[in-house]
Design a protein around this ligand. Structure first.
Ligand SMILES: [Zn+2]
Length: 171
């Protein structure tokens, strides 16, 4: 059943420029989202799942760290370049917490991504510049262009001061 996720994938495949031959397909999907009861139900479920995941991630972060972590926002994104994934904007989490619970975070986020149908190849914490604070946890399915930009010759992620890498899957 085509739904919003199919549309996002289609957009990703065609890198923002939807070719003429696929325009019909896109129209069909859009039509089904608005008129088909099942498609609406699927879309509705995705939002409910996302809402549930936000609360669950917040609870888990509090359990792991013993700190009053606030998960302000959980977003699913699709970028024009082809990258997609999820971003969890957090408050109260430090890079030391993330480092200590690295393995737990990686396996837990792998489960969250699977549940939300996001194929994450790169998990990292984005840091507030010049601080020890984590601004967001980001699970990303990298497009070819961003993969090349991110990865050095040795096949490892180039170090960046605003990024703490939790997991990276080499292509
Ligand atoms: Zn990209």
């Amino acid at each position: 059943m085509p739904d919003l996720w199919d549309l996002m994938r289609l957009r990703q495949i065609h890198q923002f420029q939807i070719h003429k031959t696929h325009q019909n397909q896109v129209h069909q999907i859009l039509e089904k989202i608005s008129v088909n009861k099942d498609a609406n139900w699927r879309l509705y479920m995705s939002i409910i799942e996302l809402q549930g995941a936000r609360a669950e991630i917040e609870k888990k972060l509090r359990q792991y760290t013993g700190k009053a972590i606030f998960l302000a926002e959980l977003d699913v994104f699709a970028l024009a370049c082809g990258c997609n994934g999820i971003t969890a904007n957090v408050r109260g989490l430090s890079v030391d917490d993330v480092d200590v619970f690295k393995d737990v975070f990686v396996s837990y986020f792998a489960g969250v991504c699977e549940k939300l149908d996001v194929k994450s190849t790169f998990l990292f914490a984005r840091l507030i510049p010049a601080t020890n604070e984590v601004a967001a946890l980001n699970a990303r399915n990298l497009c070819e262009k961003c993969y090349v930009e991110l990865v050095g010759e040795k096949g490892v992620v180039k170090p960046r001061p605003d990024m703490f890498v939790l997991h990276f899957k080499k292509k």
